[in-house]
Design a protein around this ligand. Structure first.
Ligand code: ADP
Length: 366
């Protein structure tokens, strides 16, 4: 096993800066997810680790060893692709045997390793089957078997679940995580799906426009996003983000709402009329009757029942025409309907303060 480190790694395609000055490390035995919208540089980062693309600047280390100039075959990595990339004319057994065969490992030593991997993946019964007849989930399991069989230092997963239906996704997600932990193989997972990243990875690196935005445990990204991009990208429904002014004594004044931050936070935050963007997650807003106390009043304009929860969109009262709308998520089924007047309770301990100009979380660690 091996740790991976990107040190000041950049990749340009002509005028396009696909990845800029990336500093990122994945510990030995860790699964690190690269998450971000299409075109943010995730695949390019993975391809540079694999050696399929050369770095334009910087260095990649596997453990202490610089690898940027090594051919893919000299890096001891395995890849699992979105489209499985199996050998179509071979059986399950032959596909898993292939990486051993090309390294000259055959006979009993090979058979033992292949058997063990097929057992791990629940593929023993299918060993003699042609891979073309298998479901997408089973094909991807074969591809994972092929990656594991030669004990690589690193496995690189490129959107491994995108072609699977919802059931198979959930199953294979748990399966990959189990195997990754069991074999303690250092892994990088590229995905655009936050649910996948959060469910599978120990830590998640969020990228945008080739620039790393934040890296941390899923809970850290959720509770302490470093900037507006991460705040908006992680969480569903997304965080409410509202223009506001931070006044004296922790007062936060928005359009149609007001809150007051606790004294503990005042030391680190500016005051005196600073323009900010305030962020609050839908589940940190309480919905009460129209005469109750709270931080905002408004009218429900939309109710989306989700079984165990209701998602309510509330237009705030005082704002008139261009009313600010807040989304609240409350345990369902809730008694509220579209048209009801309500009071909203904003949990000020969960209210995040972002710099209006830079988008940076004012309280995030540097
Ligand atoms: P992601 O995997 O996050 O969708 P990519 O790493 O594929 O993003 O792409 C990052 C940026 O680099 C995009 O703007 C993309 O258009 C560009 N890019 C990727 N590969 C190439 C290439 N071979 N030639 C030119 N531009 C590329």
């Amino acid at each position: 096993m091996s740790s991976i480190a990107f040190v000041s790694v950049s990749k340009r395609y002509g005028e396009v800066a696909a990845v800029s000055q990336l500093d990122l490390a994945c510990a030995s035995g860790e699964m690190l997810a690269l998450l971000g919208p299409s075109g943010c540089g995730k695949s390019t980062t993975l391809k540079m680790a694999a050696g399929i693309e050369a770095v334009s600047a910087g260095e990649i280390y596997f453990g202490e060893r610089p690898v940027s100039r090594l051919a893919p075959g000299a890096r001891n990595i395995a890849m699992v692709f979105e489209d499985y990339a199996l050998y179509p004319r071979m059986t399950v057994w032959e596909n898993v045997a292939f990486p051993l065969k090309v390294r000259g490992i055959t006979g009993q030593p090979a058979a033992q390793r292949i058997g063990e991997v097929l057992q791990l993946l629940g593929l023993r019964q299918m060993a003699e089957q042609d891979v073309r007849g298998l479901s997408g989930g089973a094909q991807q399991r074969v591809a994972i078997g092929r990656a594991l069989v030669r004990d690589p230092d690193v496995i690189l997963f490129d959107e491994p679940l995108s072609h699977l239906d919802a059931d198979q996704k959930v199953q294979l997600r748990a399966e990959i995580k189990r195997l990754q932990k069991l074999r303690q193989v250092t892994s990088i997972l590229v995905t655009h799906d936050q649910t996948e990243a959060i469910a599978m990875a120990d830590r998640v690196a969020v990228m945008n426009h080739g620039v790393l935005q934040q890296v941390g445990a899923p809970q850290d990204l959720y509770e302490r996003p470093a900037n507006l991009f991460v705040a908006n990208f992680i969480g569903e429904p997304p965080m409410n983000l509202m223009e506001a002014t931070l006044a004296e004594a922790g007062r936060v004044i928005g359009k149609g709402w007001n809150a007051r931050l606790g004294p503990a936070r005042l030391g680190t935050l500016p005051s005196g009329g600073t323009a900010i963007i305030a962020g609050i997650r839908p589940e940190n807003i309480a919905v009460r009757g129209p005469d109750a106390a709270g931080e905002a009043r408004g009218t429900i304009v939309y109710r989306e029942p989700r079984g165990d929860a209701d998602i309510l969109t509330v237009a705030l009262a005082e704002a008139g025409e261009g009313a600010v709308k807040l989304v609240a998520e409350i345990p369902g089924p809730a008694p509220w309907r579209a048209g009801d007047r309500v009071t909203l309770g904003i949990d000020e301990t969960r209210l995040l303060v972002f710099d209006a100009a830079s988008g940076r979380n004012r309280e995030a660690l540097p």
